[in-house]
Every structure is written in structure tokens, then in C-alpha cells.
Write a protein that binds this ligand. Sequence first.
Ligand SMILES: Cc1cc2nc3c(=O)[nH]c(=O)nc-3n(C[C@H](O)[C@H](O)[C@H](O)COP(=O)(O)OP(=O)(O)OC[C@H]3O[C@@H](n4cnc5c(N)ncnc54)[C@H](O)[C@@H]3O)c2cc1C
Ligand code: SF4
Length: 485
Amino acid sequence: MPRDMLQFTRLPSHAPDKRPAESRRRDFDEIYQPWPDEKASEQASRCEQCGIPFCQVHCPVQNNIPDWLKLTAEGRLQEAYEVSSATNNMPEICGRICPQDRLCEGSCVLEQSQHGTVTIGAVEKYITDTAWERGWVKPVTPERELGTSIGIIGAGPGGMAAAEELRKLGHKVEIYDRYDRAGGLLIYGIPGFKLEKHVVQRRADLLAQAGIVIHPNVEVGKTIRFSELRARHDAVLIATGVYKARMLECPGVGANGVFPAMAYLTASNRKDLGDAVPEFDNGTLDAAGKNVVVVGGGDTAMDCVRTAVRQGAKSVKCLYRRDRDNMPGSQREVANAIEEGVEFLWLSAPEAVLHDSENQVTGVRAVRMRLGTPDASGRAKPEEIEGSQFVVPADICIEALGFDPEDLPVMFGETGLGVTRWGTLKTDFRTLMTTMEGVFAAGDIVRGASLVVWAIRDGRDAAASIHRYVQNARKPEAQPLRAAS
Ligand SMILES: Cc1cc2nc3c(=O)[nH]c(=O)nc-3n(C[C@H](O)[C@H](O)[C@H](O)COP(=O)(O)OP(=O)(O)OC[C@H]3O[C@@H](n4cnc5c(N)ncnc54)[C@H](O)[C@@H]3O)c2cc1C
Ligand code: SF4
């Protein structure tokens, strides 16, 4: 039934229902229930159709949100899908995992005016999930083949978005990834309870159906030299993400049972995918029956604590040195973790990892903090409260303190590849070309650890820029003007 818009005066804001915490603690399935058609069109009809849509302004891919909300409310779902997929290569993935409270929904005028946001992410997920069900999602087919070849290093969201856009324009595209599956952090970082694995795999399959060649298990810098790969293609895009884990710096960190977050999450995600994982199967990376302490307050920390709950940990505690309001992770995920039984020790910083005579972790000694004056970043600086030490029992301690870029110039043997003082790749802000001719970069390796939707945006921008570059490079040399007789 087509609905009129502006129904926010009548209808309250409603997000999809969550499965009860008790049932979701037992599996890795997504926690939000799918919406029936009626609910999606009802919620979409709340949109005010603002003249200046701040939701769109604050969406990194600048989705035409009011348009697809209106089409959904009118029951014109296929058109809603066409509009939504015109600006985003993975709308159903962003609908699931964007921190909407900080992006589109946080900027929604209804939210700002206390009426409750339009639940934009949930409608976006609904539109494209429906499109998949009804067979509207098709591999891209270029109108003509250009005979050019682009190499992409990294099959995360940045590389995948760029690949699809480049293929659409008629380039041959080959993606090289050191993992055995495409998806990057979508597949081995983010757990199934936020993003089920089949949702990522069908996107990778779609790229293959479009004729994009994905080379798994190819680590550029090891399996193949960068210079060799560069010589194969008219242009290259580096979309390798950031993977150097920040480690705890305190006594005892070398003890058995201290793990970086990605080692822990990758093992769990591989089990979810049905792989044999010896380090999980022998109990090393399995939290079942153990006391788990996770240090950190971002999305990665939230994914670790919630994974530990699902593995059947005896207790799961999160140590974070600032307070709840200052956590970098999505507040929605913090709330989900609390519902699932995670205990947060806010304003607490680790001082030492304790271990027994066999070097097995037994606990974490922490100290209470208070928030002082803002530091250079503008955030209140945590200060130690003298004499407030306490011990948290732990059999596993997970470091979820963030990621830095690997040393790409060294890994790739390319000293000409310029980096910033943070180790991210230097790019021209208009073209996204690195300091090497014909070599572009996108996603976390340029921004530092960021968001999936920003990687998609960068991938799309890089694709457009690579297309211009390759086309210009192929133009025939200008003929010298003949002298007038
Ligand atoms: C645990 C976790 C949870 C997160 N949760 C969220 C969330 O809820 N929402 C959100 O928006 N963002 C989240 N993020 C951030 C998000 O996943 C990243 O910002 C995004 O994946 C970056 O995309 P990318 O394409 O730049 O890199 P990646 O996704 O990291 O992909 C890079 C790819 O490059 C490959 N690669 C690296 N080096 C080489 C090499 N030398 N040769 C070949 N291949 C190589 C890697 O194997 C990988 O597949 C999370 C991150 C983590 C770690
Ligand atoms: S891509 Fe992310 S920010 Fe943009 S509309 Fe979708 S959920 Fe919101």
C-alpha cells in the first residue's frame, strides 16, 4: 500500500527488533530480525523530505536517502534499489554495520528535533536484501571493453568497490589478496553477529560473475614483487588496509594467553566459515570456560567481548581507560554487549599482565583513572588515581588497541612510495594517486583505521580517477602542427 510521507507526527521511530540476548549469546547469527514489508514502508514514510537532507550530507557515499525512503514508502522497491545502489556498492552491508548514530541517522532532522530518527540503515538493508531475494542484483556488464587492465591489491571493501566501478567502465580488473577469501575485514574481522558471512561472499561472487579475476593467497611483496605486478597493469590500486596491531606496553605482555584482537577474531570467523583452525580446536584461541579480559574501547574491542560471550566464556570484562561517553566504538554496540552480559570496567587502565610460574596469564592488574583536562586531540586526558590498583582474574587477555599501517615501502621494495608520518600512504587529495606514477591508493591504508563506508567511497573515487588517468595515458600523441605554406 503506497503511503504518504511526513508520518513522523503519527508514527514513532522504530528499529528492527533484536533477538533476545539469551538466544543470541549462543550463536553467531545476526542479532536484528528482518523487517516485514509493512514495517519498512511504515518507517520510511516518517521521512520529512527536508529541502537540505543532512542525512545525505553526512553519509560518506552521499546516498540519495530521502529519494529511496520515498520510493520505499510508495512500495516502488525496485526503483528504490536502483537509486540506492547507484551511490553505494554494498548498501546492505552499510545498512548493517555503519555507525548510523554518528553518520546519517545522527544528522537526521527528526533526530535533532527530538522526534526520533528515521531508521535509515535498517531501510537501506531491507531494500537491498529484498533486491537479492527477488533477483534484481546483477553483475555489472560494461557497455564496451576498453582493452585496459587494472591491478588491485586488497579485496576489502575499498578494493571491491573500486573493482566493480572499474569493470563497469570497461576495464579488465584483477584483484590480488593475501587471504584465501575476498572481503578483507568484512570476512575475517567483523563477526557474523554483525554481518553474516554469506552476505559478504555473495558480493565477492558477484564480482567474479562480472569477469573480475580474484587471485587469493597472493601476498604482494612476498608471493609476487610489486614491480612485477605494476608492469602487468596500466594502473594499480593499493587497498591493503591497516594490520599492524598496537600492543600493550606493560610488564607481562609476553605471557601465554595474551593475543592481538585480529588473531582472536580471525580464528573465530574461520570457525564460523567452517574452516579447521588448529589454534582454536586445541583451545588456545577458544574462550570457552575462561575468564576473558579485553583491553580497548573501539569497534574491535566490542567484537572481541561479544565473540567471547558466544564462545561460552566464564566471564568477559572490557577494560577502557576513559568513560562510556568517550568510547570510540558505536554506542549501539556497547549497549548490545551489556545486554549480552559483558562487564565494562570504565576508567580503568592495565598496569601489568600477571602470570604463573609456567608463564600462563592469571590476571590483569589495572589502575583506576579520572578524566583530566583535554589533550591535543581535544579529548579529556585520563589520569591515574594513585593507589587505586585492582586485579581482574584472566585466562585470556586480548589487546584491542587499534591498528597502524604496515611498512609498505619496505614490504613492496619501493622506496618511491611516499608515506605520511603515521605510515599511511601519501596521495594527491584530488586524484588519489600516490607518489608513484599510475599507482593509486584507497581505504584504511590512506585514512588509517576507519569505516567500511569510507573505504567504499574511496574505492569509488579512486576508480573514477584511475579511469581518467588510463584514458589520458592512452590518447594518441598530439600531432605537430604543419607549418602554414
Ligand atoms: C574487528 C573490526 C571490526 C570493525 N567493525 C566495523 C563496523 O562495524 N563498521 C564499520 O564501518 N567498520 C568497521 N571496521 C573497520 C572496517 O572494517 C575497515 O575500515 C574497512 O574494512 C577498511 O577497508 P579496506 O578495503 O581499506 O581494508 P581491509 O578491509 O582491511 O582489506 C584489505 C585487504 O588487503 C589485503 N592485503 C593486505 N596486504 C596485502 C598484500 N601485501 N598483498 C595482498 N593483499 C594484501 C588483506 O588481506 C585484506 O583482504 C572494523 C574493523 C575491525 C578490525
Ligand atoms: S551508507 Fe551508512 S551513512 Fe550512508 S545512509 Fe547507509 S547507513 Fe547511513
